[in-house]
Design a protein around this ligand. Sequence first.
Ligand code: G2I
Length: 375
Amino acid sequence: MPSSKWRSLAVVCAVASAAASVLIATPAHADGTLRGHAVERGKFIGAAIATTPLANETAYRNIASTEFNQITAENAMKWESTEPNDNQYTFTGADQIVNFATQNNQQVHGHTLVWHSQTPGWVQGLNATNMRAAMNEHIATVVGRYANNATVVSWDVVNEVFDDNGNMRQSFWFNTLGQSYIADAFRAARAADPNARLCINDYNVEGINAKSTAMFNLVQSLRAQNVPVDCVGFQGHLAIQFGFPNDIQQNMQRFANLGVQVRVTELDVRMQTPRTAAKDTTQAQYYTNVINACNAVTACAGVTIWGFTDKYSWVPDTFSGEGFALIYDNNYAVKPAYTAVHNALDGGTPTNDTTPPTTPGTPTASAITSTGATL
Ligand code: G2I
């Protein structure tokens, strides 16, 4: 299903891939950015970006622009940010993210349209008729704003619709509108931007369990009813003390077999404090495992990390006594987890290869196709 947005990505990838293929001539696995190696694989590597450090810190901007080819707004596109009052829209933060991405040849995944959290009280108190109208109008306005913007390619249409047991979450959306709000939201998003890829997103669905099976059944059912669900997002908020979901690849593949794209949307791997070298090693292995799983599933478009520096991670604010979940430390130094992501994308293991680089030749034509690289 070609679209202007998806075609434009193919061009981006072809250009970036040509540049990246020059990098291959440098010492094996020793350098290259995450995004360079991701493009070679036809995948994206992304980060959630916060608007305040983006505006204020050069180091933050430099890493955000050079290492990642995909961005998700950590908070700036949520309902409370974009429509804090009924029909009063503010796109300052959202536009800041989108403009940064455009300048840096990155693509934006819109997060998120319909969620029980970070949605203003005025929405939560509406009656059913007015709530459904407000939801449809919000989606039409927010998605519509970027419908002709080639940078914004996909949306989390609904977020976290299940509770931890895999039942429908008893949110104000569900309690007021019933389950039909989910199909309505997807249809409204498709109407607002026929070319955007539309995702359902949740946490604790990385492995095969009751919740991911409920997600599987819902996606299958929605698609059987021609509801335009294009993609499933596995958030990937992992913790080393809980073990790794070793069936993540198998789980992603069963969704892929439904015909949807899959992606890891909010990856981080927290640990209990204090941080130790041993915990860093375990954390790095988790990052490796996730990237390897995405690499192994053709329908996996890429992996987005939920931030990149521990300095701005949401984890310590939410989980007392836990942290250090990301791939750069508080001072923007790379951690073993960075090297893990790098090498898993690069496809090799670290070597001490000191062979001088060969003279770069003419880059070969990119093998990336629009299908293989579709975000
Ligand atoms: O909770 C982790 C993520 C789970 N999946 C959906 C994501 O959207 C969610 O992201 C987090 C952000 O990383 C936090 O930054 O969502 C939180 C809200 O549920 C965000 O936290 C909020 C704080 O609660 C607010 O106090 C703060 O004003 O961030 C706001 C902006 O810094």
